[in-house]
Design a protein around this ligand. Sequence first.
Ligand code: CTP
Ligand code: MG
Length: 380
Amino acid sequence: MTTAALIVAAGKGERAGGTVPKQFTQLCGKPMLVHSVTAMSSHPAITETTVVIGEGQEDQARSAFGESVNFVTGGAERRDSVRAGLEALVGKGVTRVLIHDAARPFLPAAVIDALLEALDRAPGAVPVLPVADTLAKGDTILGDNVPRAGLNRIQTPQAFHFDAILAAHRAWPAGEEATDDAQMLRRMGQDVMLVPGDPMLEKITHPADFAAAEARHAATLISRSATGFDVHRFEAGQELWLGGILIPHDKGLSGHSDADVALHAITDALLGTIGAGDIGMHFPPGDPKWRGAASAQFLEHAAGLVREQGGIIDFIDLTLICEAPKIGPHREAIRASIAAILSLPVSRVSLKATTTERLGFTGRGEGMAAQATATVRLPE
Ligand code: CTP
Ligand code: MG
């Protein structure tokens, strides 16, 4: 059984406004289109994913995906775009196809499961939500109620036996408007099953829908905290970098990179939140590439990994442990620098400092330690 996913993303997004079509607008850290493509291609039953894009959108699409996705050029109406995608799948042995709007970025795997299961019973299946509000006619004056019992809100993806939906598209009379693919199959006298939809699948149509989608997404995330710890040795003649700021002092920290103990501890804390090992695994100290390297790039890398997983960085708490220099005079500069590296407001970065009462290696001024806690929200 070959099951293809066809994601239509060739629209202009006119109602959503913005400088780029809505499917390429950043949503929860990624271009909107990337969310549904990832959901489709990571589902075990989906064997290939094709994205239908508009003419002239090739560069935008390539920059969102690299080379990993098949692209087809769509048409003037959504129906033309679906048709182009279906025709591109002909001859590839596809038996089932899921047709999906890029404008519905969050696609639960359970909906895909339910649709594919329903295809064992009928040539088509659609996800639906019940209508909760009272429905009534009227323009400026309230008219009669419309009974809502038995009414459904239809979402995508819509799932079909490939040959059946291809035949329905090819037979559709030119010039006649089709509301969706499932209605085209019904016109051929075929049954379409209803399966439970999901509020996460709500379509993004108007400008306000972006913030609502971000909020729906955030509500599905769970909080995680992880710690990071680092130590570097003081040496005369070295620069002292803390949190990406050069601090005037009579000695500095030595290490393979710029030895920014603060950024190293935060980098490890962030890597910890996604179980991605530690800084040494990502930037091996033996690698000449990192000799004297600015540690901001290590932190940016870790933050990028968290965000690639759909994560939100909520808070960083950092403690620097040393007798000298005094951190207080540099506190705000260091906080601002860390916040800038992580693209966070300064209020989400905390910096504390302590001595160890002249005890131990920090007390003797032989080195400096840093510990950090990162709090993030991540998909479960
Ligand atoms: N679509 C498409 N080809 C078209 C028109 C629409 O592939 N010629 C896609 C859109 O990219 C979207 C989905 O169909 O993923 C649903 O359409 P809609 O929400 O109406 O998106 P747009 O047409 O882009 O938006 P608008 O109507 O506001 O311009
Ligand atoms: Mg449209």
